[in-house]
Design a protein around this ligand. Sequence first.
Ligand code: ADP
Length: 242
Amino acid sequence: MGNCNGNGQGDRCPHGAHSPVTVRSRLPPQVICFQSGDIVASGGALTSVDEKLKTQKIIFLIGGPGAGKDIQCERLVAKYGFTHMCMGDLLRVEASFPTSRGRQIRDIMQRGDIVPLDIVMTVLKDALLTKAESACGFLVDGFPREVSQAQEFERMIGHPSLVVVFECSAETMVKRLVIRGQTSHRFDDNEDAIKRRMESYFKTDEPIIEFYNRKKLIRKILAEESPEDVFLKTCAVIDSLE
Ligand code: ADP
């Protein structure tokens, strides 16, 4: 896959000048306005923007807490110009709203539990739609976390181009999280929540991998190695697309 570094010259990016972007917030849920003047009622009938989304390259990146998704996403976005959708960040924005829904999400995340399917799907789809026309491929990290999310994504949008799995032992993840915990200001980085997130990951990763294995979309990468090595391997996997 060619680079798409924000200079508008990427050989496979037809969308003109843009810069790599991480989407961390979203517009109000009911109506999303696009620069072209399109108006899309989210959850409504299929529009040209929905269709556009179906033509985008979408790469899922999964791995347990501390597997190194964040650092790799940063580098991949810089190299390929993908639009980065970090599911945890998108949900943390939702959790920051002073509404009962916001408080509900915050409580769930603070416990380290999985946010309900309908919320996750609405948040992700809205975020993807806001960039459907301008993105040069999407990198979605932290999704899916349950087979039901994978199934629902398939129903709403289709299947991803690739699912990259960062394999990492619990021991390595804990070591990394202890270091991250010293500087992290995330409200959900408390000890109990981290433990539950890790348990939940090891419970749900196999069925998700199995789901995508049947579609031949899984690419496993050993994430125990240095960030440089993991990055090189991930790039090789992405470059093999098409
Ligand atoms: P980590 O990789 O350290 O677990 P994330 O930022 O990916 O951190 O996730 C933090 C929290 O956000 C999770 O514990 C969960 O509550 C929520 N979350 C993130 N992604 C999903 C998802 N796909 N489905 C449901 N909940 C999610």
